[in-house]
Design a protein around this ligand. Structure first.
Ligand code: ADP
Ligand code: GLC
Length: 498
């Protein structure tokens, strides 16, 4: 574990991974950041649970070893993804189920999720300690979200261990379980205290990452500041403040090859910033696909979202109801809460010429909405980073967002006097309320009618780079700090033991 070298060995642990298994942006980050880290000189192995959906998509994974973990035996296999090695932790709790990583097909969380992700975290810790027959010692174990939160905590029990980084993609999902359930999992008592996993009497998986990782980061500088406040801290603000400068923000990037309107195979018509007039073909195709009246001139709003309180879809529904006479269309694709689904269905029934909704996870339709819409609406109540605003900017679809988290860091309002003209790329509202959103949509509609200005906005978005290059270097710098912290800890404890 040499602090001087740049070529760190990085074990990147995640619970979803594009293109194999995705419920949200975490999968896209896991499927693109590791490749960018490799380009920046790191040697990276990704580790992910061997879900049925993953095993079905890969050709003969290679057997690596068995691990006899406290929670049971798992097999580790390996394969590769775009040149990056991927380790699969296989066990029937992952491989014998349909549905997504966290829920069954009828949208119910698997009751044994604490067991599944404690098992996964134990496996990641063993691989991190070079006990998986790989002859490979990571310098850094980089964990992501609550599903891997126990790993930094478990590793903290070993004196000689790799450095750990924990990235918060969403603080609201915490993996909290009753103390009895924690005892049943026979997880170490030594970790259950106020400065450790304990959270209001329960055990919190995410707190394992927040409390024990050498460095903690979130996916935008804006959200890094927000989560230290009561409003956005989800009860973890005290712990986060106590970690001081060890908590930082690094803005997500995107895979610019994967999300490129010039080459995207899902699009009816490919286009670039210079041939932006061709984008209209995608609008017509989207109107046809969503069974909305075909009309080149009517502003078409799009939204692709997990249907969750975070995303402000309820606010969008209320805003649409508050503007019955305004001329626009809305195409929404969403998966998630059934109550929001039924509210959206009712909205589409009430305004069939104006609103079209589709439910479920649909990659092809999501690309069609990104390319075919004029305006992309994200009225999030909070947003750690958000990826759809990047995809929209890249596709010349002007984003309309709330001024929170990563959205505030990436979208700059067309009417703002603080922003330089050549940086203006969208519409920003102050908060996720009906009044603000109605105002934001009305402003967007006015600007849409000024064709020259609208094209300038679109081109600014399309010509800006959102690649991982800069952020990958920031992660490498963060790894160096984490390694430094870990070396200090080891030398201090060694000294204390003399
Ligand atoms: P979050 O991770 O909070 O859901 P992000 O904006 O970071 O939000 O990422 C969401 C990702 O998931 C985007 O790539 C988006 O296009 C995709 N997505 C969300 N819902 C759907 C859906 N129903 N069908 C297809 N893709 C979806
Ligand atoms: C989470 C956040 C989202 C972020 C994504 C990837 O799901 O809700 O804002 O973009 O993770 O980091």
């Amino acid at each position: 574990m040499d602090m001087q070298k740049n070529q760190y060995n990085v074990l990147f642990a995640c619970s979803e991974l594009t293109p194999w298994v995705k419920t949200g942006g975490l999968a896209d980050v896991s499927g693109s950041l590791p490749h960018a880290l490799r380009r920046a000189g790191a040697e990276v192995k990704i580790v992910v649970p061997g879900y049925r959906a993953v095993l079905d998509q890969i050709d003969r994974p290679q057997y690596v070893c068995h691990l006899d973990l406290p929670l049971g035996p798992v097999a580790v296999c390996c394969t590769s993804l775009a040149g990056t090695e991927v380790l699969l932790v296989t066990h029937p709790v992952f491989s014998n189920r349909n549905g997504n990583p966290y829920m069954s097909d009828d949208d119910r969380a698997w009751p044994d999720n604490p067991y599944r992700f404690a098992l996964f975290s134990q496996a990641v810790s063993e691989i991190g300690l070079n006990r998986a027959n790989l002859d490979w010692q990571p310098d850094i174990v980089h964990c992501n979200d609550w599903q891997t939160g126990l790993t930094p905590a478990l590793l903290s029990l070993s004196h000689q261990r790799p450095a750990t980084v924990f990235t918060v993609h969403n603080l609201a999902y915490q993996g909290n379980i009753l103390y009895n359930a924690y005892k049943e999992l026979e997880l170490p008592d030594a970790l259950f205290h106020a400065d450790g996993l304990e959270f209001w009497g329960q055990a919190s998986f995410i707190k394992g990452g927040l409390a024990y990782a050498d460095r903690v980061n979130t996916v935008s500088p804006g959200y890094a500041n927000e989560i230290k406040t009561t409003e956005f801290g989800a009860g973890m603000e005290g712990m986060l403040n106590s970690r001081g400068e060890r908590v930082s923000g690094i803005l997500n990037g995107i895979d610019e090859e994967e999300w490129n309107p010039e080459t995207d195979p899902y699009l009816k018509q490919n286009y670039t910033a210079d041939s932006i007039d061709l984008k209209i073909e995608n609008k017509i195709a989207l109107q046809q696909r969503m069974k909305l009246p075909v009309d080149k001139d009517i502003p078409l709003l799009g939204s692709i979202s997990r249907l969750a309180i975070q995303k402000g879809i309820d606010v969008l529904i209320d805003a649409i109801k508050a503007m019955p006479d305004e001329r626009f269309q809305l195409a929404i694709l969403g998966a998630g809460e059934t109550d929001l689904q039924s509210q959206l269905s009712q909205l589409a029934d009430r305004y069939p010429e104006k609103v079209a909704v589709r439910f479920g996870y649909d990659e092809s339709l999501s690309r069609a909405i990104e390319a075919g819409s004029d305006i992309f609406v994200m009225p999030s109540r909070y947003e750690p980073c958000g990826l759809n605003q990047f995809y929209s900017l890249r596709y010349g679809t002007v984003p309309l967002v709330t001024r929170v988290g990563g959205l505030a860091d990436t979208v700059f309002d067309v009417d703002s006097s603080d922003t330089k003209k050549d940086q203006k790329n969208g519409i920003v509202i102050d908060a996720a309320t009906t009044e603000h959103l109605v105002d934001g949509i009305q402003r967007a509609l006015v600007h849409y009618n000024d064709k020259a200005q609208w094209k300038a906005l679109q081109r600014t978005g399309m010509r800006t780079s959102y690649s991982w290059n800069r952020s990958a270097s920031e992660y490498i710098a963060l790894y160096a700090k984490a390694i430094g912290d870990n070396l200090n800890r080891m030398s201090v404890t060694r000294y204390a033991n003399v």
